[in-house]
Design a protein around this ligand. Sequence first.
Ligand SMILES: [Mg+2]
Length: 240
Amino acid sequence: MTAELSGRVAGSGVPSPWAIVCDFDGTAIMGDIADALALRYLGPTQFDFVNTQFRRGDITFRELLHKLFEPITATPLEIRVSAQELAEFRPGFVRLVELSRERNIPFTLASGGLDIYITPALELLSASQRAWMTVRANHAVHRDGGLDLSFPYADQPGSCGACGSCKRAVITELQNNGYRVLAIGDGHADRCMADVADVLFARARLREWCDEERQPYIAFETLDVVADFLESNFAHARLQ
Ligand SMILES: [Mg+2]
C-alpha cells in the first residue's frame, strides 16, 4: 500500500490532508440496527422476502429501504431506546474519532440507513466527539402507522442514484476540496466508495465483494487498524 506516498498538494511536495468517511451499521457499530429494527417490525419471513428481492435485483436499494422501514410503527422514543440498546461501538471507533479530532481530520459518518436511529445512537458518545462528526444519511420521520422516508442527499454530485445518500458523493466532495479519503465499510452500499476512495478498509460482505472484483482494500475487524494506519502515516510525514 503506497497511499501515504500519493495525493500531494499540487506544487508543494506536502501530502494532501486526510479525511475519513466511515459507514455506520456493521462498521462504526458491531451490529446492524437497521436490520434489527426491520426484523422486529416486519418479522423474519417478510424481512427475508424483501432482502431476497433486493439481492435478486428485483428492487432498488431505495425500494428496499422503503419496504424495510415504512412499516416500522415504533415511536421516536421507542426507536431511540432500541438504538441505544443495540449500539455497541466497534473496538477502536472512539479512538479513531478522538484521533481525527486531535489531528483535525474531517470525520463523516456516512450511512445508507436512517438518521432516526443513528442520531440517538451517537448520543452515547461525548459531546465533543459528536460535534466533530458530520452525519450523512437518509431521513425518516414518524407518522401514524409507520415511517416516512426521504432522501435529502440523493441529488448530490457523484451520487449513484440508487443509495439515496450515496457515499461516492461524500468522497467526491471531500476530494474536490483537496482531501485524500480513507473509507471504511462492510456492506452493499459501501461498494460505491470502493473505486473512489484513496484507501479502502473493508470487512464482511464488502471484503468478499472486493476479493471477487479484485478491488484493493485493507482488511479490518477493529477500527484500531485504521487508527494505526493514520498514526503510521503521521510518523512517515514527520520523516519527510
Ligand atoms: Mg454497513
